[in-house]
Design a binder for this molecule. Structure first.
Ligand SMILES: Nc1ncnc2c1ncn2[C@@H]1O[C@H](COP(=O)(O)OP(=O)(O)OP(=O)(O)O)[C@@H](O)[C@H]1O
Ligand SMILES: [Mg+2]
Length: 225
């Protein structure tokens, strides 16, 4: 059985004059522990697709299933609870909260999920250790390098032990060395914890490190050969 499945997702954006079809009948199956890259030119709809898969946006048509739960029929409150428990999301520009430390940022999904603060902070510390940032617990995002911030964002996505993490250009604003390190980190997490990943990237050489690559073009998703 697939872990995450979407069937015939379509999405268009309308303004006063026109309607633009961004996604047309897109279907994907992601299996337990699989790592998947999504490539596509700028504006092809990669972020839109990832947001829909993560229930951060809704499709015009089509369905999304996580295991046997039909996500798009849940109400918003249930979707938020579902995300908090089952999904990790990494944004291109980390989206860390500036006034909180790295440790507090990583603890945030647990605190939102009503875990007591002491346990949440202890788990956040473990998570930062996993991404190689034990020495940066008390640093705020502005005191971290770009690569370190993305590591914190990955630790935050991982803190609830989700079965899948989605990342929207997690290396988009990093240099080649840091990008390589982030991909190595993703691979080590995948190996050790069997976490599945869907990663949107522009970088074909990094995408090749993953199990499977799909290409989004003119609203359709194609396997890259
Ligand atoms: N809320 C919105 N309203 C109107 N149009 C939108 C909206 N969100 C996205 N779009 C349009 O949909 C298209 C796809 O956007 P999307 O952000 O998914 O592209 P992308 O593939 O992630 O691009 P990039 O590589 O630059 O991040 C773009 O043309 C964008 O302008
Ligand atoms: Mg995008």
């Amino acid at each position: 059985m697939s872990l995450l499945r979407c069937e015939s997702i379509s999405k268009s954006f309308k303004d006063a004059e026109s309607e633009v079809n961004i996604l047309q009948d897109v279907s994907i199956d992601v299996f337990d522990g699989e790592t998947l890259a999504i490539l596509g030119s700028s504006g092809s709809g990669k972020s839109t697709l990832l947001h829909i898969l993560a229930t951060l946006d809704s499709p015009d048509r089509g369905e999304i299933f996580f295991e046997d739960v039909r996500l798009n029929s849940l109400n918003q409150k249930k979707q938020a609870a579902f995300r908090n428990k089952n999904l990790g999301f990494v944004y291109q520009f980390h989206h860390l909260l500036p006034e909180f430390t790295a440790q507090e940022n990583v603890a945030m999904p647990l605190l939102i999920g009503d875990m007591d603060k002491r346990t949440a902070l202890a788990k956040a510390k473990e998570g930062l250790h996993r991404v190689g940032l034990s020495h940066r617990l008390a640093h705020k995002p502005s005191q971290l390098s770009g690569g370190e911030r993305q590591r914190v964002a990955i630790a935050r996505a991982l803190v609830n032990s989700p079965k899948i993490i989605m990342a929207d250009e997690p290396t988009g604003n990093l240099d080649a060395d840091n990008s390589e390190h982030i991909f190595e980190l993703i691979q080590s997490i995948n190996k050790e914890l069997n976490t599945a990943f869907i990663i949107v990237t522009h970088d074909q050489s990094l995408a090749q490190k993953l199990d499977r690559t799909l290409f989004l073009k003119k609203g359709k998703l194609e396997a890259l050969v």
